[in-house]
Design a protein around this ligand. Structure first.
Ligand SMILES: Nc1ncnc2c1ncn2[C@@H]1O[C@H](COP(=O)(O)OP(=O)(O)OP(=O)(O)O)[C@@H](O)[C@H]1O
Ligand SMILES: [Zn+2]
Length: 478
C-alpha cells in the first residue's frame, strides 16, 4: 500500500468535502482521529464473477482512498467479502458443488478484476464466515437489550424498538412494506428483519445459543465493521442500491448495540444498461474478465473511474472508444516528452492547486481530469515551441495527477500489467523496426523512392504507422 507522498502532510484543517447521504448534503470532512481515516466498503457477494458495475464501486473508493492518502491521511480501508448467501447455496446445489467452492472461485475472480483495474488491496478483507463469533456476540447484546428476539431458530431485529430506523433512506416506518423472506416465520412485525436464519436441511450452518443457522447479510457488515474499525469510524460506503435495506439495517444493529458507527455515508452511482442497474440477476451484465480481452485495463479504469462517483454511467462502446482516444492523447504527450527528454520524467511532488481543489470538492474527478487535459495541451504547445523545460514540467505535473487517480501508465503498477500483455517485446520490436527504417533512410539517400515507399508500405501492412519527425522517423502501432 503506498504511503502518503513525501511532501504530503496532514494540515489539521478541513480540506476535503464529501456528500453524506445521511445529511443529504455535502459536508466538511472531519476525522474522528486527526490524521487518520477509517473506511468500510460493502464488498462482493461472491455468488458470480464481477461485472463492471461491481468494480466501479471498488474503483470509486480506491480513488477516494488514494486522495485521502495524498492529503496525508493514514487510511484504514476495509472491504468485506460476503461468502455465504442464498444465491451461493442455490448455485452450489444446482451444480452439485460444495458452497464454499463457489465463494472461493468468485472471490478470486473479484480480486483479479480489482487487480486488473489497478485497485489497491484493502487493509483488511474479512470474510463473513470467519466472523460468526462476533455476530453471535452482537445478537446476544441486542437480545439482552430487547432490540432483537429469537423465533423458530431465527433471530430478528425489532424495527419498532429503534427510533432512528429509516433515517438514512428518509422513509417513514408506517409506509414501509417489507415482505418476509422464505422461511422467515415467527416475526412480531412483518417489517422486522432477519439477522440470523435457522438452518435448513443440507445447508451450511453454525452453532449458536439459538440453534444452528447462518448469518443474514446485514449482520455480517455490522459485526465486521465493529471488529476492524471499532465502535465509531469515519466513512461507510457502497452502491446506491445498498442504502435500503442493507445500510439501514446495519445502522439499526450497530447503533442499538451501542456503536456510534459511521460518521459519513458515501454511495456510488451505478453502471447502467438502458437506464437499469447492471445486475447479475437482471442478466444485463458485462463481465470484467470479458472486457479486459477487448480493452486495455488502464482504459477501462479511465472509463469507469473518471465520471463523478455520484453520476450514473450508461454503458456504451462509443463512450469507451472516446475514453480510449482521450487517454491516447495523454499517453501520446507523455511519450513525446520522454523521447525528447531522453529519460524518464519523474512525477512532480505536488499536484497543481486547481486539481487538488477539484478533488477536495466531493471527489470532483471530472473537473480534476479537465486540469490534466489542460496541462497536456499546454505541454503539447511547449513541445511545438521546442520549450523543453516547460514540456518536462507539464509532464511531471501530469504524472503526479494521473498517479493520484491510479492512471499513470508509467507507474510500476501498469508496467507490470503491460508486461503480462506482451509489451515486454516492445524493446525487441523497436530494434527491428529501427533496422528496417535505416534501410528505408538509405534507400532515400540513394534517391531510390520506389524501395523507400515499398518498405513503408510493408511496415504499414504489418500494422505499424511511421511518422517522419525532425528527430527522425517514429513508429507506433496503427
Ligand atoms: N451496476 C452497478 N453499478 C455500481 N455499483 C454496483 C453495481 N452493482 C453492484 N454494485 C455495488 O457493488 C458492490 C458489491 O455488490 P454485490 O456483490 O452485493 O452485488 P449485487 O448488488 O447483488 O449485484 P447484482 O445486482 O449484480 O447481483 C455493492 O457496493 C453494490 O452496491
Ligand atoms: Zn455491507
Amino acid at each position: 500500500m503506498p504511503g502518503a507522498l513525501p511532501n504530503a502532510h496532514y494540515s489539521g484543517c478541513v480540506t476535503i468535502r464529501l456528500y453524506d447521504t445521511s445529511a443529504r448534503q455535502i459536508r466538511d470532512f472531519s476525522p474522528l482521529t486527526p490524521g487518520c481515516v477509517s473506511i468500510y466498503l460493502c464488498g462482493a457477494t461472491v455468488q458470480a464473477a464481477p461485472h463492471i458495475g461491481h468494480i466501479r464501486s471498488g474503483l470509486n473508493f480506491d480513488i477516494l482512498r488514494r486522495w485521502f492518502t495524498y492529503r496525508g491521511y493514514d487510511v484504514t480501508f476495509v472491504r468485506n467479502v460476503t461468502d455465504i448467501d442464498d444465491k451461493i447455496i442455490t448455485k452450489a446445489a444446482d451444480q452439485g458443488r460444495p458452497w464454499w467452492s463457489i465463494g472461493y472461485e468468485n472471490e478470486r475472480a473479484f480480486n483479479n478484476g480489482y487487480d486488473a483495474l489497478g485497485c489497491l488491496p484493502p487493509t483488511v478483507e474479512p470474510r463473513a464466515t470467519g466472523h460468526v463469533t462476533e455476530m453471535v456476540e452482537m445478537m446476544r447484546g441486542l437480545i439482552e437489550r430487547s432490540y432483537a428476539y429469537e423465533a423458530d431458530g431465527n433471530v430478528y431485529f425489532d424495527v419498532r424498538s429503534f427510533p432512528g430506523y429509516l433515517q438514512l433512506s428518509n422513509q417513514e416506518l408506517d409506509n414501509l412494506l417489507q415482505p418476509s423472506g422464505e422461511g422467515e416465520t415467527g416475526k412480531r412485525d412483518p417489517r422486522d428483519f432477519a439477522m440470523w436464519k435457522a438452518a435448513k436441511p443440507g445447508e451450511p450452518s453454525w452453532e449458536t445459543p439459538w440453534g444452528r443457522g447462518r448469518p443474514g447479510w446485514h449482520l455480517e457488515c455490522s459485526a465486521m465493521a465493529h471488529k476492524y474499525l471499532g465502535s465509531a469510524f469515519d466513512i461507510h460506503g457502497g452502491g446506491l442500491d445498498l442504502i435500503f435495506p442493507h445500510h439501514e439495517n446495519e445502522i439499526a444493529q450497530a447503533k442499538a448495540f451501542g456503536d456510534d458507527f459511521a460518521s459519513y455515508w458515501v454511495h456510488n452511482a451505478w453502471v447502467t444498461m438502458s437506464g437499469e442497474k447492471m445486475s447479475k440477476s437482471l442478466g444485463n451484465s458485462v463481465l470484467v474478465s470479458e472486457m479486459v480481452k477487448h480493452w486495455r485495463p488502464i482504459v477501462l479504469r479511465y472509463y469507469l473511474g473518471t465520471p463523478h462517483y455520484r453520476s450514473m454511467i450508461e454503458y456504451s462502446e462509443d463512450a469507451l472508444r472516446e475514453a480510449e482516444a482521450a487517454f491516447a492523447r495523454i499517453e501520446g504527450f507523455m511519450q513525446r516528452v520522454c523521447e525528447m527528454a531522453g529519460k524518464t520524467v519523474e512525477p512532480a511532488a505536488e499536484v497543481p492547486p486547481a486539481f487538488a481543489e477539484a478533488m477536495d470538492d466531493d471527489l470532483g474527478v471530472p473537473q480534476a481530469l479537465a486540469i490534466v487535459h489542460t496541462t497536456v495541451r499546454q505541454g503539447n504547445s511547449a513541445l511545438t515551441a521546442d520549450d523543453k523545460e516547460s514540456a518536462v514540467a507539464r509532464l511531471a505535473e501530469v504524472r503526479a495527477m494521473l498517479g493520484v487517480l491510479g492512471l499513470d501508465p508509467l507507474d510500476e503498477q501498469w508496467a507490470d500489467a503491460s508486461a503480462g500483455r506482451g509489451d515486454d517485446l516492445h524493446g525487441v520490436v523497436d530494434s527491428l523496426v529501427r533496422l528496417v527504417l535505416e534501410q528505408r533512410q538509405a534507400a532515400r539517400g540513394r534517391k531510390d523512392w520506389a524501395a523507400a515507399d515499398a518498405i513503408r508500405d510493408r511496415l504499414q501492412h504489418a500494422g505499424l504507422a511511421i511518422e517522419d519527425t525532425p528527430s527522425g522517423p517514429r513508429w507506433s502501432l496503427s
